[in-house]
Each structure stands twice: as structure tokens, then as C-alpha cells.
Write a protein that binds this ligand. Sequence first.
Ligand code: PMP
Length: 466
Amino acid sequence: MHDLLRNTPDLETLDKRYFFHPFTALADHERNGPHVVVKGEGVWLEDNHGARFIDGMAGLWCVNVGYGREEIADVLQHQALTLPYFHSFSSWATDTPILLAERLIEMAPVPMSKVFFGQSGSDANDTQVKLVWYYNNARGKPGKKKIIARNRGYHGVTIVSGSLTGMPSLHSGFDLPLSFVRHTTAPYRLWEAEPGLSDEDFVARLAGDLENLILAEGPETVGAVIMEPVMGAGGVIVPPEGYYPAIRAVLDRHDVLLIADEVITGFGRLGTMFGTTAMAMQPDLVTLAKGITSAYVPLSACMVSEKVWRAIVDGQGALGAFGHGYTYSAHPLAAAAALANLDIIENDGLVEQAGARGAFMHARLQAAFADHPLVGEIRGTGLVGAVEFVARKSPATRFEPALKIAGRVVKAALAQGVITRALPHADTISFSPPFVISEDEITQMVEGARKAADAVMDDLVREKIW
Ligand code: PMP
């Protein structure tokens, strides 16, 4: 089947004719067509013309154990033959989700009580909002319905999670955000803090912004705040020391829940099993997806604290049965893949490895980009990093967004055999490779990106833009 597909000569034509691509400039796509990947091994991808690339993004921050893991493939085959599917509505269950739920609660970064399964980060964050609403209805506080997210936060694209996502370009065109969503300041030092501001003062300002927003809205109307431990798609933004304890103190004063969106950071990306631990967060609800199966099959999970769970159970009498769930909630195939994936992560020591390879990657990024004339900031922690481009370093000045600088660098990097990703809201390219990447491959990835940035700089000079 696989070879048959590979040898189909006109995949590009068929794609242009039939395939509606997500997150794609559609008019450009109609002209230029797709880039078709047909094979993956470790950190390497191969396209349908035989060209090979280092996947510096692990797909979309998700193929953490790398491509071609037979352990997961074997488990999937076995599960598909034993029991491909049965649902979990009305107290029905299958075995692998039960085992996975137990394992997740045992490894949870802060005490958690129950796990609700879905299939994507977006639907999991929708579930979290419904849990917050049900929780507040159940405990007689039906006014507490507003959800606060951050500018540049990424939480998905469904109508609710897309509203939480703090990126105007994902709202315009879709009549978002919904009216109960608010956004607060991101801990984005480059653009939100004047040079020389101490971490302490920056944290005080960010916590103050959140508290002022809650007070302006009325604490009796605010249900929860959702935050990624380290912001991913918004620019790989690492908050300053002390940020989450200060945020938690604000939330405790106003009886507001904290949802940690660990869709990227969960399962080792920051060099700790969960970003919550690395960033000293104390969430009431945790969202997981991506790395839970290393994306071999779709799966997401909401971890729910006892406080929220108990209120929901106790509130059932008045509110009726818990009327929420997907056909594919607790899919046995996905749960089996997750268990195999967690075995690999634990048996191969991949969390520690992500930390060590991350330190190596950051040293390479500093060596390659610190003195680059176009680079305003190099960010990240663990095995996630980013380079932000600026028109001027001091005072930091943005490029015109229409120039799409990050997009140009990504294209030039591809010519070097390196896949990175443009985060256009931040003129930033990001790196989030599989945890199995070797030091040599990291060096190759970073050098390819540096050559790409040089090529773009030459173009900008030639075009008299810079
Ligand atoms: N939350 C975060 C932090 C994410 O990075 C993403 C996806 N990039 C999502 C939620 C949405 O996940 P999905 O695309 O699986 O819906």
C-alpha cells in the first residue's frame, strides 16, 4: 500500500484538485501545490521525490519519540485485532483507557483525581471550559463563566478553543472570539518589558494586569484562566521566575480556577515530565495531547482535580447526567498507543535526554545566532527553542509583517534540508525536534537555519529592504 502510494506520479495534482488543507494560504496552494511526505525514520523525513529533511519540529511539536517506532506499531496492530473500538458512554469501558487513566493520575505533576479523554488539544480545551462551567453551576455560582487566556496563547481552533487562542489572525474571518473570553498580557519580555526591568517587577506587572482585568470584569463573573506553561505557537515564550506563583495568588484571591494547557509541554518537552513542574504551576485542570501518543494516533486528555471532580459529581442531582462526551472518547487503540509511548519515554530515559539535548541545542542556537544582525532574541528551555528576527536590535523594532521574514527563513531552511516553523505573530522560527535527535543532527539543524537566515539577509539587502 505504502509503495503504491509513493509511486503514484501525480499526488500533487490530486492534492490540488481535492484536498482542503488546514492552516494553509489557499490561493498560494492552488498555484504551488503540496509538499508530500511519504516516510519517516528517527528525526528524518523523506518526500515523494526522495529528498530527505531533518524534522526540526517533530511534526507539530508532537512526534516526541521519533518516527518508525516498532513498539507502538506492534501494539496498534495487536489492539486493532483484539478490540479496535468500543465506547465509554453509560458506564461502558475498555481496558486500555482504564490503565492509561491510572498511569496518568499516578504520574500527574500535582495531585489529580480523574481523566477525561478526547482526541485533540482543541476538543480537550473545549471540555475544560465545559467542566469549569458545570463546576460553577454545580456549586451555585452560575455567574462565574468568563475564561481568561493570554495574548499570543494557543489553545486550538474550535469555536471555544479558537476564542481562547490569543491571535487576531485566527479570529478575523470567523467572528471570534466568543463574548465570554478575555485576554491578558503575555510574559513576553522583548515587547512587553522595557530593557533593564527586573524579573520581579515584570512579574508584578503581569500579575497586576491579570488582577485588574478580573476586578474590572467582576470576580463573580470569572471562572478560569488558561495558560501554557511555556507558550508554544505564540513565540516560544518562557515566563520569568516567580510568574506562576504570582498568578496563582491572584486566582486564589478571586476563586478562579487555573487550567494548564500542557499540549506541547506534557511528557518531557521541557526536560521534565510536565511543564507544570518545570514552571512551578499549581493547576486545577491539565490539558494533554500531542506527546501523549507522540502523535502516532490522535488522543487528548483532561486531568481533573478532586476539588472540581467532587463538585461535578455532587452537582449531578440538580443538573442531570453529565451530558458530554465524544464517540472517540477513550478510544482503546489510542490508549494502547499512549501506553506504549509512555513505556518508550520511561524505558529510554527520554525526559532526561530531552533536557540534555535541549541544553546542547540552546548552546548551538546561541553560538549560531547571538551575533546575527537580524536576531532580536533567542528563547526557549528544554528541547524547544526559537529565534526572533527584528529589523533593528536597539531599540527593538519589528519588521513589517507583510515581509513575512520568518516564512522566508523557513523556506530557505528547507533548501538546506531542515524543517523549522514560522510563528508569524512573532517573526519567529521555532525548533522542537523529536527527543531522539542526536547532537550531530542538532548541529546540522541549527547550521542549516543559520545559513537560511544569512540567505534571507542577503536577499533583504539586495531588495533594498534592509
Ligand atoms: N494547546 C496547545 C498549547 C497547542 O500547542 C495546540 C496545538 N498546537 C493545541 C492546544 C490544539 O491542539 P490540536 O491541534 O490537537 O487541536
